[in-house]
Design a protein around this ligand. Sequence first.
Ligand code: C2E
Ligand code: CA
Ligand code: CA
Length: 557
Amino acid sequence: MSDILKNVRAKRKVLVVEDERINREILGNLLMSDYDVIYAENGQQALNVLDETAETISLILLDLMMPVMSGEEMLGICKSDPRFSRIPVIIMTQEEDAEVASIRAGADDFITKPYNVPEVILARCERIIDLYEKKRLIDSAETDPLTGLYTRDFFFEYIKQLEKYNDEKMDAIVMDIEHFHLINEIYGRREGDNILKKIATMIMAELGDGYGIASRCTADIFYIFHSCTSDYCTLAERILAELEKVSFENAKIRLRIGVNKNVDRADPPEQWFDHAKLACDGLRGDYTSQIAYYDREAHDRQLYHERLIRDMESSIENKDFVVYYQPKYAIDGEEPVLRSAEALIRWNHPELGMISPGDFIPLFEENGLIQKLDRYVWEEAATQIAQWKERLGVRLPVSVNVSRIDIFAPDLEAKLLNILEKNSLTTSDLLLEITESAYCDSADRLIEVVNSLRNIGFKIEMDDFGSGYSSLNMLTTISVDVLKMDMEFVRNMLKDEKSLKLCELVMDISRFLGVPVVAEGVEEKAQYDRLKSMGCQIIQGYYFSKPLPAQQFEEMF
Ligand code: C2E
Ligand code: CA
Ligand code: CA
C-alpha cells in the first residue's frame, strides 16, 4: 500500500517569482523537464497565485530584489500565513549577505545567480521538496498500533499529497460496525480488538495491489479511498461476504457501508468522507441493506430544506411571504359572478427568488411550522378583506387554508375570532378550507373542531374532496358547507370516462347533502361547459384567472 506514491508519476508544481524576464526564461527551461512551472513577476502576483492554488504548489523559487513587493516581504508573508507556510522557499540571490537575513526570515535554501550549474539547482529543488513532503507525513502519527491502518490525520495528509498527481476516478468509503460497543461489553475488549484487526486485515487484503489506502478513523469506523470500479462488484460487498464466513464466537457482525462514488474534486477530501458517512448513517436501523450510496441530489435537497426551515421566521418578519388571491366565480346564473377568493401563499425569498408553496408547505406541515405560516396568511387575508371593504366598498369573502396541524391547536377558535375582531369582520368574511385528508389521522378531533367552528358561524369548505379514501365515510359524521372537488378529477374529466363519472358522483353527493360544489383547476372552456351542464355552482381555475397579488386582483371587481 505504501508504494502508491512510487506508482504515480510525480510532476510537482514550482512557482518561480522573478521580475526579470530573461531570468524567468532560463529558470523555466531548466526546470521544465521535471516540474510544472508557474511564473509570477512580483511578490503581489505570487500571493495572488498562492491564494488560488497554494494546495498544489510544492516549491517557491523567490528573487529578492523586485518591484511592487520585495522578495523579503513576500517571504515574511509566506512563512506567517498557515495556508502557505508548508511550502518550502528557495531564495535566488547575488549577494552573500542577503542570505543571512533571509535565513532568519525562514528561507529553506539558496541558489546563487547567475544560474550556471543546472544539475545543482535541480538537485536542490528535489531535495527540499522531498524533505518537506516526508516531514509532513511524519508529523502526523502514521499508523494505528492496533490494526496497522493509517491514522485519520495521516490518511488525509496522504490523500492530499496523492491528489496532486492523481486524476483517476476515486470512491470514498466509510465502514461502521453496528453496535460495536455491545461487542466490547458482551465479549470483552480483547474480542472487540480481534474483530477490528480481522476487519483491517481483510480491508488490506482487498486493497492488495489496487490503488487505494485505508484508515481506522475512530474506534470502529474505517475510511477507504479506492479507485472507482466501473461496476461496483465491490470491495465492500466482498468484505461483507468474507465477514459472513468468519464467526467471532457467536457474535454476529454487521457492517454498515457508505459509498461516495466518484468523489467530486471540487470538495475537500474530508467532505468526500463526510458524505460517505452520511450515506452510512442513513442505514441505521435498516436491516434490509448494508450498503448505501451517497446521493448528491438528495443531500442538496436536504440542505435546501434546512435552509427553508432556517429562513422561515425571518421571512415572516420581513413579509417576504406574499398572499395571492384566486377568484371563485358563481356560474349558476346567466353570467359568471365573482363570488369569493382563495388566499394562496407565495414566498418571495430574498436570495432564492420566488418559491412555490408546493416546495415548502409539505415541509412545514411535517415539522409543524405551518401553523405559524397559516396564521400569518389568515392575518394578511383579513387585513386585505377589511381594506377592500373600506377603500373600495367591496365585500368579498376570502377562503384561507387550514392545515391539519392547525386543527390540533387548542386556541384555533380564539385565534380566528381575534383576527376577525381586530379587522371588524364577521365569520361570513373568512371562509375556511380544510383538506379532506385531515380526517384520516384525527377523525374525532376534526369532527369536534368543525362542529364547533360551524356553531360560531364559520363556513367550512372540504378541500380536495374525493382524493382520500375517507371521503364518503367522513360525510356520515361531519357536516360541511361546501365540497371542493379534488383538482385531479377536473384535470382528467375530458380525458377518461372514470374521472368524468367521479365528477358526476361528487355532484350527486352535493345535491344529496344540499351543499354547493366548487370545481378547482378549471382551465378550459370545454371543462367549464361540462361542469356547468352537470350543475356545478362555483368554479376556480386558470380559465378565469391565476392567483394574483392583491393589487392586480382588484381589477376583477
Ligand atoms: P390547494 O389548496 O388545493 O390550492 C389550489 C392550487 O391549485 C393552487 O396552487 C392554485 O394556484 C392551483 N390552481 C388553481 N387553478 C389552477 C388551474 O387551473 N390549473 C392548475 N394546474 N392549477 C391551478 P398553489 O398556490 O401552488 O398551492 C398549492 C397548494 O399549497 C395548495 O393546494 C395548498 O394545499 C397549499 N397552500 C397554498 N397556500 C397555502 C396556505 O396559505 N396555507 C396552507 N396550509 N397551504 C397552502
Ligand atoms: Ca385550498
Ligand atoms: Ca384543493
